[in-house]
Ligand binder design. Structure first.
Ligand SMILES: *Cc1c(COP(=O)(O)O)cnc(C)c1O
Length: 382
C-alpha cells in the first residue's frame, strides 16, 4: 500500500463542495493541544465568525465535533423530553430524518407532509399548530437538499412563536448560500454543516441556540439521553462553566476537557468562515444566484427542465428532470465522474432515476464550474 492521492474532482453534487486550496492549506498547519491558549483564541474567533454567518447575537453558537447529522441530533435531544409533542414538516429526505430523531427521543411526532419539490405550506402548519396546542416544538428544513426547495423560514418561525412553540431549523444547505437570519426570524435552535455552502471539508456542524431554547434546556427534568451531545456538558469546553443563577453573565473561569476537538478541522472552518467574511454575505448570496442563472440558461438550452418553481428554487442545488431521450442516466453520471472528473448528484427516493441534483455550493458556485458542467453534459448527451 502507498499514500493515498485521489484524482481531484469538480464537486457539483449535493455536498461536499469544492474546497479551496487556502482551506486545505490551513488544515495542514501544526496540530496544537485542544486546551492550548492559541486554540482557545481560535475557538472564540470561530464563534464570532459563526454568529456573523448565522446573523445572530446568540452566545451559544459553536460547531459540534461531527457532521451535520450530529447538529440535527444535538438540537432534538437537548430540546425534547420524553412525552413531548413535536410538529415536523416533511417535504423531502431530511424532514424524514427529523421525524426519526423525534421518535427516538421518546416524543410524539405530528407530521405535516408536503409533496417533494414543494415548500412547506404555512397554512397547513398554522392549522396543525391550532389543532395541537400541546406541541412544544416546530421543526422544518430550510433548504431541502433532496429536492432543491427553499421554505419560508421567517413565516414558519412567526407561526411557531404565535403558538408558543420553539423552532428547530435545518440550515445545512442554506447557510452561506441564501440568507439565514437567526435573530430577525426568531429561530430558537438551528444547525448547519461545513461541506455545503461553506466549502469546508465535512465533519463539523455549526449550531446556534437562542435564549428561549436555553431556558427550555435549563428547565429539563430528565437528563439529555446523549452524553456526547448534552449541551450542558459541551458548553463547559466551548464557553467555560456557567452558573445557573446567572447564566447570561460572561463569567468564565477556564474551560474544561469534554472531548478532544478535531483541531485541524477547526483550522479549516476558521479559514472558510474568514473567506465568507472577506467576501461578505450579500456578495456570496449574489454569486450563488448569478451562477445559478448561468447554469439554468445552459441546462434549459440542453433540454432540461427544473423540478422546482422559480419562486422557491434553491440557487445552490439545481434539481433538473432528466430528458426522455436519456435511457441510462447512471451511465452518464459515471462518465461525468470518470471521463470529466465531475461529480453531480442522483435523485433520491421517489425521484431516483428521474432527476439529477447539480450543486453550486460555496466555492463550486463559479463560472469555471458552470462551463465545465455544461460542456461535459453536452458531450455526454450527444
Ligand atoms: C447534508 C444535509 C444534512 C446532513 O449533513 P451530514 O453532514 O451529511 O451529516 C442534513 N440536512 C440537510 C438539509 C442536508 O443537506
Amino acid at each position: 500500500m502507498k499514500p493515498f492521492h485521489p484524482t481531484p474532482k469538480t464537486l457539483m453534487g449535493p455536498g461536499p463542495s469544492d474546497v479551496p486550496a487556502r482551506i486545505l492549506e490551513a488544515m495542514a498547519r501544526p496540530t496544537v493541544g485542544h486546551l492550548d491558549p492559541q486554540f482557545i483564541t481560535l475557538m472564540d474567533e470561530i464563534k464570532t465568525l459563526l454568529r456573523f454567518a448565522f446573523q445572530t447575537e446568540n452566545a451559544l453558537t459553536f460547531p459540534v465535533s461531527a457532521p451535520g447529522s450530529a447538529g440535527m441530533e444535538t438540537c432534538f435531544v437537548n430540546l425534547i423530553e420524553p412525552g413531548d409533542t413535536v410538529v415536523v414538516c416533511v417535504n423531502g429526505v431530511f424532514g424524514g430524518r427529523m421525524v426519526e430523531n423525534v421518535t427516538r427521543a421518546g416524543a410524539t411526532a405530528v407530521v405535516i407532509s408536503d409533496d417533494w419539490g414543494k415548500p412547506v405550506d404555512p397554512q397547513k402548519v398554522e392549522d396543525t399548530l391550532k389543532a395541537h396546542p400541546e406541541a412544544k416544538i416546530l421543526a422544518f428544513v430550510h433548504a431541502e437538499t433532496s429536492t432543491g426547495v427553499l421554505s419560508d423560514a421567517k413565516v414558519l418561525c412567526t407561526l411557531a412563536r404565535e403558538h408558543d412553540c420553539l423552532t428547530i431549523v435545518d440550515a445545512v444547505t442554506s447557510l452561506g448560500g441564501v440568507p439565514v437570519k437567526v435573530d430577525e426570524w426568531g429561530v430558537d435552535a438551528i444547525y448547519s454543516g461545513t461541506q455545503k455552502c461553506l466549502s469546508v471539508p465535512p465533519g463539523l456542524s455549526p449550531i446556534s441556540f437562542g435564549p428561549r431554547a436555553i431556558a427550555a434546556i435549563e428547565a429539563r427534568v430528565t437528563p439529555v439521553q446523549s452524553w456526547f451531545l448534552d449541551l450542558s456538558l459541551v458548553m463547559n469546553y466551548w464557553e467555560g462553566p456557567r452558573s445557573n443563577s446567572d447564566s447570561g453573565s460572561a463569567k468564565k473561569s477556564g474551560r474544561s476537557y469534554h472531548h478532544t476537538a478535531p483541531i485541524n478541522a477547526m483550522y479549516a472552518l476558521h479559514e472558510g468562515l474568514l473567506m465568507l467574511h472577506e467576501e461578505g454575505l450579500e456578495a456570496a448570496f449574489a454569486r450563488h444566484q448569478t451562477q445559478h442563472e448561468a447554469l439554468r440558461e445552459g441546462l434549459e438550452a440542453l433540454g432540461f427542465s427544473f423540478l422546482v418553481e422559480p419562486d422557491y428554487r434553491l440557487p445552490q442545488l439545481n434539481t433538473v428532470c432528466i430528458p426522455e431521450r436519456v435511457t441510462d442516466e447512471a451511465a452518464i453520471r459515471k462518465n461525468l465522474l470518470e471521463k470529466h472528473d465531475l461529480e453531480i448528484g442522483a435523485g433520491l427516493g421517489a425521484l431516483a432515476g428521474k432527476v439529477w441534483r447539480i450543486g453550486l455550493m460555496g466555492a463550486s458556485a463559479c463560472p469555471a464550474n458552470v462551463e465545465q458542467c455544461l460542456g461535459a453534459l453536452k458531450q455526454e448527451l450527444g
